[in-house]
Design a binder for this molecule. Structure first.
Ligand code: S3P
Length: 166
């Protein structure tokens, strides 16, 4: 089975869905953020603060390249689709699923969160601006799109499994 890549905004549920989906298929799960943290020996927040976003994006591309391309479920960071090379790799090597969530829902889910370096300051403005600039890239980078806005993790997993059968 080709790798299944989950892409989407912060707070779309990529990591939680990836874990459950991997369980359902009995496959290992990878998370690009965790792979980056292991390689850097620092948290994502520390990498952004000490090394900057450009460095983080380089590590993200390297992590994506390193993760196996078969029989795995991969949760990606929300910005993985920014690099054309990442979009191409995922589209060519695996099945890419865009987990959509509307911006109001994203804001609710991330209300008390302080772990996202790109959402410091005015969260509403940051989410809106990232949402507007990234939505076309997620759509362009995915084979399937699933609206997670009012679905449970299990419902999303079931929908992905249905789509994989087609
Ligand atoms: C980012 C999303 C984060 C993490 C980093 C940058 C982004 O991952 O990779 O903070 O640019 O959207 P999650 O989508 O898992 O929060």
């Amino acid at each position: 089975m080709r790798a299944i890549y989950l892409v989407g905004f912060m707070g779309a549920g990529k990591s939680s869905v990836a874990k459950e989906l991997a369980k359902a298929y009995s496959l290992p799960v990878y998370d690009t953020d965790r792979e980056i943290e292991k390689a850097a020996g620092m948290s994502v927040t520390e990498i952004f603060a000490l090394k900057g976003e450009v460095y983080f994006r380089e590590m993200e591309t390297a992590a994506l390249k390193k993760i196996p391309k078969e029989n795995v479920v991969v949760a990606t960071g929300g910005g993985v689709i920014l690099a054309e090379a990442n979009r191409r790799l995922m589209m060519q090597e695996g099945m890419v699923i865009f987990l959509y969530a509307d911006p109001v829902e994203i804001l609710t889910r991330l209300e008390g969160d302080s772990t996202r370096p790109l959402l410091q300051g005015d969260k509403r403005m940051a989410v809106q601006s990232l949402y507007n600039s990234r939505l076309p890239l997620y759509k362009q980078a995915a084979h399937h799109e699933i609206d997670t806005t009012s679905q449970s993790i299990q419902e999303i997993v079931n929908e992905i499994r249905q789509r994989m059968k087609r």
